[in-house]
Design a protein around this ligand. Sequence first.
Ligand code: ZN
Length: 350
Amino acid sequence: MKNKQISLFSAILLIAIIVILAVSTVFLMQTDKINKQYEVEKAITPTPSLAPPQLYAKATEPLLRMGSISNEVKDLQQKLKDLGYYDGDIDGQFGSGTKNAVILFQKQHELTADGLAGKSTLNMLYSEKAHKIVVTPEPILPDVKKEELPMLVNRTTPIADNYAPDDLITISSLLDEKLAIIKDEGEKASKVAVVALSEMLKAAHADGLTTWQISEGYRTMEEQKELFEKRKAEYESGEETGNNMSAEEATKNATKDVAPPNTSEHQTGLAFDITVPGKSFADTKQAKWLSKNCWEYGFIIRYQLGKEHITGFNPEPWHIRYVGKQHSIFMRDADIALEEYLQLQQNKAN
Ligand SMILES: [Zn+2]
């Protein structure tokens, strides 16, 4: 019995040893496999270095930006300098001077002007399309006699009671009917303005914009008075607001919407209201075209956003005023309203 017990114990021990050896062997083999795999991977994947601070781009990255320091930045600076965009040191350090030069370059090459020299900017810079800087000169104030200056009519500078343009014509007698619809048959305007309008609309048609309407041209003092009185009556009767108003109050309110007699530019015969039938003009392609191109034909967008305190009118993208090309181009380039322009001319004369 005792011997039997020992041999049973030996058998269990033996089995246990075999199991432990087998498990260990499998484990060791596994570990060895992982180690080998690690060695292989280590050979392909380079040991990661410390990540560069975020502000500093690595020299080998295609994107050069504020904070980059490299030979590529040096090349960039040299190229920008050769083309006239950069006038700082060629030190390989991408600072604000380099950034401004990149922005300038991007603006003149129809790229996103973000000051980052990425793939598209660098490709353009080192391509044949890269051109030297185009410097826009400061606009020079036209040198004209006082009587050649555009006429001013606004809320504080009324037109004379007996004023009438001496070259009034019916718009349709000169303007090709294919160019625009004229809202009121028989609408008149100054010939010089209609000639310019015709040239301008031909150019717009050539650019693919073919729907235009002339809603207003010349207005007599009587017509302006009628318009104003009508608006005033709408306020007085309460038709406009639902509440009756005193004559004084109604006048005050009507003045905000309609120019009182003798203060409307339409009385000069040089202003037009341009519309697109059935559409809010401000939202049309025509409005965009007009604000970009009218200046080339001697017109100005008379009442612009941001100039309300000078012109006394809310923005009216549809109201154009003929002033003559040399004046309109200057006002566009200097970004000034007619009132500011005439002030500059007066300062020069004094
Ligand atoms: Zn108008």
